[in-house]
Design a protein around this ligand. Sequence first.
Ligand code: AHR
Length: 503
Amino acid sequence: MKGRATVHRDYKIARIDDRLYSAFIEHMGRAIYSGIYEPDHPTANAQGFRTDVLELVRGLNIPAIRYPGGNFVSAYKWEDGIGPQEDRPVRLDLAWRSKETNQVGINEFAGWAEDAGIEMMLAVNLGTRGIEEARNFVEYCNHPSGTYWSDLRRSHGVESPYGVKMWCLGNEMDGPWQIGHMEAKEYGRLADETSKAVKAFGGGIETVVCGSSNDGMPTYPDWERQVLEECYENVDYISLHKYFGNTSRNTLNYFAKIEETGRYIQSIAGVIDYVKAKKRAKNDIYICFDEWNVWYHNREQDSKNWHSWDWPEAPALLEEDYNLEDAIFVGGLLNEFIRRSDRVKIACIAQLVNVIAPIRTTRGGSAWATSIYYPYQFASLHGRGTALNVAVDCPRYDEDAAQDVNFLDIAAVLAPDGKSVTLFAINRSLEEPMEVSLDLQGFDNVTIIDHQVMGGDFSEARVANTEAEPDRIKPRKGDKLGVVDGSLKGELPAFSYSLIRLS
Ligand code: AHR
């Protein structure tokens, strides 16, 4: 198979917001307890956080993390997680039928995030609670001193305010499963008023209003229209969520879901533009894709488990063994985010540890990177700068999820130095290598400084990293590409993902 492409240094899409590579972690399953926090683990630090996990997290250079939920947040009392740990109440988490010990609350999490070098993005409970609790939470976190909530924080040993800038106004409020689920107009009004209250604290606070839980919701995309009509002028982002899977074992269709996601993003962008025009508004609203990932391997069984179990504490939940195919999919989805970085400013992989995650652990045991860790790492480390347009000419295919899908998927990012470029290239063909010729216009004498490949053999599509074999799916050095007369030429193996850095 042959593919041709052209990239020009001056044909820019947008400056990529670093937060495109953010993450999400929820009080759910073993994400927090025995994921990031396990005081009696051999690697635990003085605060009880696992340093083996911290090291893997640091390797991802995550800009921001959404916390504490998720469905969990819609019945959460943030005040349960402050003050002496021994005095904290154990509560029932209604979202996942589990017991929440509250041993990790905002101050412990903030300490962990600081250690990991990640900015916090906090969600407020708009399910069972409202404006009052949200404003108290912001005051506790962000006000310096001299008030009830700020002095309470100081009495808990945190002298300086956190200055949290990003606040999410509830979670998936369109979903009937959500505790406190609402109609669009009702939620839009509450989000508008809550956003105003949260922003009244100053300090450049930005808010994220809930969009649809996915593009299959019966209320999508009218939910977005109605919500934005209520709050357009007072919010900064609208959220999108989407999870993916290959239950039908049709890999090409799985990959085509990335094109489908492009349409989802485009439709929301259209709704934003419509409401902006209707309201004659001056401000812009961007997309915050704050939950995305592959979620299907154990989905059915997990659902049966948590609907019937007897309120366990930190049970195993949504612990997916990601395989090679999932890694290539995740690389492709990140490519789509790069291409849509004109509208998508924040995106959060959901989630970070154990629960549908790039990092897994066992209680008392080891921590390892799942297959999807690597494409996410590559994008986060090398996908910063300006997204460039890539014109691709290659064979295409049709599937249920989308038609006319390119076998060759490439995203290009111009580094902040304005001279180096990084390409993320996927050959979606399951059997055929792709002979590529990519014309690099406007770049002076660049050469390949790094080429990493994942995949190359479809018979390995379902191989996953496990505790026993944590390194089965890993990038390796590529050696079949070179720059000849200003063009990148050579071969992309069948069924592969490549990181190609040129400088
Ligand atoms: O990430 C798992 C769950 O998926 C989240 O709690 C919820 O927001 C979504 O439905």
